[in-house]
Design a protein around this ligand. Structure first.
Ligand code: FNR
Length: 183
């Protein structure tokens, strides 16, 4: 596959529905993307004191993994009508030190799953704004996935045909955008 895709899941819980969705998207994107999951649950809470004194290895790793990717896919839940703190923490680390962030110019696709019908709409809106301010090239459009048990099976396959087609179109659209930007 031509493009390296860094996938960030905005949840740190083991049974995350967004991680399941992310695995399914990685599988749907295999013609265009080689996926790599970027873990964010091992980062310390951002503290500017650490920048000078003890910049963490985990933050170095995070930045390197984002920097070397052609594109980013952020699959995130919504917490209290915004992005989870663990995701904001990762965004803050990878934006530092000032002027040396790694978000600028990166094509980003945003999607999220929630058990609730309008879930992740506010989180996605905030995320678009935050990453846009970092200079990321966030793909337009809205992708809210209402989660039902069994939507993604143990082989990372989307079990509902219409949803699978919808998610395939999303990955194809993103691959098209990344291809245009790489040209
Ligand atoms: C939630 N949840 C939630 N859902 C939603 O659609 N909008 C919201 O604002 C919130 N707020 C919220 C706050 C907190 C602190 C928690 C723990 C949960 C429910 C959420 O969608 C559900 O727990 C998902 O399963 C979270 O995604 P992961 O972690 O399974 O990927």
């Amino acid at each position: 596959a031509p493009f390296k895709l860094a996938i960030i899941v905005g949840s740190n819980r083991k049974a995350s529905i967004n991680r399941k969705l992310a695995r399914a998207l990685a599988k749907l994107g295999t013609t265009s993307f080689t996926p790599h999951f970027v873990e964010i649950d091992d980062l310390p809470m951002y503290n500017q004191d650490l920048e000078a004194a003890a910049w963490p290895d985990t933050a170095t790793r995070l930045k390197a993994e984002i920097a070397e990717a052609h594109a980013l896919l952020v699959v995130t839940p919504e917490h209290n009508r915004s992005i989870p703190a663990v995701l904001k923490n990762a965004i803050d680390w990878a934006a530092r030190p000032s002027g040396k962030g790694v978000w600028g110019g990166k094509p980003v696709a945003i999607i999220g799953a929630s058990p609730g019908g309008v879930g992740t709409a506010c989180a996605q809106q905030h995320l678009r704004d935050i990453l846009g301010n970092q200079g990321a090239l966030v793909m337009g459009g809205q992708m809210f996935i209402t989660w039902k048990d069994g939507l993604v099976d143990d082989a990372d396959t989307v079990t509902i045909d219409a949803t699978r087609a919808f998610l395939q179109a999303f990955m194809d659209k993103f691959a098209g955008l990344v291809g245009k930007l790489a040209a």
